[in-house]
Design a protein around this ligand. Sequence first.
Ligand code: TRP
Ligand code: ZN
Length: 467
Amino acid sequence: MARSVRLVPALLAPVLTLTACGGGVHGTPGGSGVRDPYFPKAGNGGYDVSHYGLRLAYDPDAHRLTGTATLTARATQDLSAFNLDLLGMEVEKVTVGGETARWNRAGQELTVRPHGDIDRDDTFRVTVRYSGAPETVTDPDGSREGWLRTSDGVLALGEPTGSMTWFPGNHHPSDKAAYDLTVSVPRGLRAVSNGELRSETTARSRTTFVWRTGEPMASYLATLAIGRFDISRSRAGGGLPVYTAVDPVEAAASRPVLERIPEVLRWAERRFGPYPFSSTGAIVDRAADLGYALETQNRPVFPGAPGMTLLVHELAHQWYGDSVSPKSWRDMWLNEGFATYAEWLWEEDHGGRSARETFDALYSGDYFATEEAGEAVWAFPPAEPPSAARISEPPVYWRGAMVLEKVRQAVGDEAFWRILKGWAAEYRHGNADTADFTAYVEEQAPGVDFEAVWEDWLYGEGKPERA
Ligand code: TRP
Ligand code: ZN
């Protein structure tokens, strides 16, 4: 062992010297992941994407997607090669800076070797031409995501890793970017995505939709729904555009809830601060077996007509999750704990139980119908799910929300409202982890001792002894 360890640098040294003299070969490959504790292959090192330009065409009958993805990125190191995440599909051609690049694939890793090295801090453009039948992924927790076929088209969902089934990219929430998406579908169908619809043109047998997402978006929040939809466009407070797309079968049941989007946003802005994006809305598809909604940016997706609580939850995520995104998948409670607390606050502000009463019901075991469900809340500390399979389990949601109630009790209402808004403002369009959260709270409430709250509620195993 000792021998080979010593031999390697000795052998490499002259090689490196030679190439450095020989003409600009100085880079090293970017990493194949960003060391996410739960999804180590997700994302890639060595560059930072600022923009995705996606041109897609889909035929539901043939189940065939053809695409060209153009990524604009900045190198964060000298790069001889870099990876993109893409699962399934056939890659036809890759260029970097307009020149054909070599590439190879292994699982979800698409390794690109540009013609020449890319210097650190250089901005470069990579295009990937690809086609095929996109896959559906089953998550470690058993849920399905990726490219989900519906009776009249498809629904693309990406939490935590499904977006790599329909476009190549740096698929980790730590690298956010703007998006321009152009999608062509057979005439008669619609394509609905994040951001704002810029144009819609029908020529012969196909309609092309152009969507633009200007504010930074984590790729797991990208969505694409293709099918037959009833469209409604209106304006919320301040002129914010509202665009909803509803499967006709779900239209009647959805209407009374979706009509209240402006009211929910008005309430949320009072509690959480300014809405962080330039449009809003919802997508209601018919996917009853999906079993979950998703806070896709601007326009959350519902698998059927939602109720008010679910609408509040997904809209609250626009602040907590979409604008303030997790640094890694370990930080899920910052998404789900906040969105769950938002449900409690909505109830408190609308003549129902106070958040403290909800907290107390959870602590005493009266909240859920069964003892088993009540116990599940204490299965693990919200800040440290034991595995990737458990990042969407009850402790992340309910116990995560209970952490916020504990903070509220420690600082009092006024300071708590300041913290809720301040957190959304401080990390707006950015990323945060649990340590950022505890540091922020401590900074905002000097003199308050949070030691026991963090230790018992955030990081502690089992049910805390005192409420
Ligand atoms: N984030 C979704 C919500 O609004 C739930 C969800 C869907 C989820 N897919 C997930 C959570 C994957 C964790 C991992 O609650
Ligand atoms: Zn949620």
